[in-house]
Design a protein around this ligand. Structure first.
Ligand code: HH2
Length: 278
């Protein structure tokens, strides 16, 4: 059974792994850009991910890969409008990956239940109030800088400490406009303004981020650091490295995994959860 919204929000207490399949309706995403721009292909891919036991589908209409350009709310909505209702009809929790409140509003009206904002409410001042009004969960992700420039020599004195203090500032900003603290999911934003070493340090110290008391989402799937360590230049060949990273993070307290490869992630996390629960 796919997770219900409450299962996702309680996953850090129950330790239920939640697998969130990625559906990029974009021409330029780093791993699958262009494959699911056609609404029928996108809906089919969502159905496949649900059949593989995805608990959640994260739909994005704008690539945030390093160097990517921003696109307007109208264009994001045009890409989402035929796909989102079809995916929501599958009975799975749908999140919308956007930094713009107008897009999030459209998505919530079309069946999405969660906002995934990689700017954590910093790009559009209307985003946190929208989440508060709607009462929907919101994923607050850490990013240093912005996608166009974030990989140009990112620097931290203490990457874990700085991500933790970002989380407490953004959580406070959300709560101050009426978002309930039990509707907040945190995400360290692997690859968003981070070197390989920053990514690895954050992953190694996932337990410190999980200890903040919110469900923790991790997005490592097929990302560049996995290719750099394993030598897999083709993102599709980073599946096995992505599994290792997901299991490592689950063991350290993360429970929500944003992934391209649903079937292997579900199997890997089932085993990790069974070992932990034994
Ligand atoms: N990563 C990407 C996009 N959105 N959202 C969250 N919460 N966490 C992440 O790690 C995350 C995210 C980038 O991956 P992808 O969607 O596959 O690529 P692109 O941004 O090129 O569309």
């Amino acid at each position: 059974m796919p997770a219900k919204l409450d299962d996702i929000l309680n996953s850090h207490r129950t330790r239920r792994p939640v697998v969130c399949g990625i559906l990029n309706v974009t021409p330029d995403s780093f791993s699958d850009g262009g494959r699911f721009l056609d609404p029928a292909a996108a809906a089919l891919h969502a159905r496949e991910m649900v059949a593989q036991s995805a608990d959640m589908i994260d739909i994005g209409a704008e690539s945030t890969r390093p160097g990517s350009a921003r696109i307007s709310a109208a264009e994001q909505i045009a890409r989402l409008k035929d796909v989102l209702p079809a995916v929501a009809a599958l009975g799975v929790v749908v999140s919308v990956d956007t930094t713009l409140a107008a897009v999030a509003q459209f998505a919530l009206d079309s069946g999405a239940a969660v906002i995934n904002d990689v700017s954590a409410g910093r790009e559009d001042a209307a985003m946190l109030p929208l989440a508060a009004r709607h009462g929907c969960p919101i994923i607050l992700m850490h990013m240093l800088g912005e996608p166009a420039t974030m990989q140009k020599a990112p620097h931290y004195d203490d990457v874990v400490g700085e991500v933790k203090s970002f989380f407490s500032q953004r959580t406070a900003a959300a709560v101050s406009v009426g978002v309930k603290s039990d509707r907040i999911i945190l995400d360290p934003g692997i690859g968003f303004g981070k070197t390989i070493q920053h990514n690895l340090t954050l992953l190694a110290r996932t337990a410190e981020l999980a200890a903040l008391g919110c469900p923790l989402m991790i997005g490592v799937s097929r990302k560049r650091f996995i290719g750099e360590i394993t030598g897999a230049a083709d993102p599709a060949e980073r599946v096995w490295g992505s599994m290792a990273a997901a299991v490592t993070c689950y063991e350290r307290g993360a429970t929500i995994f944003r992934v391209h490869d649903v079937a292997p992630t579900v199997a890997a996390l089932k085993i990790a959860a069974a070992i932990e629960g034994s």
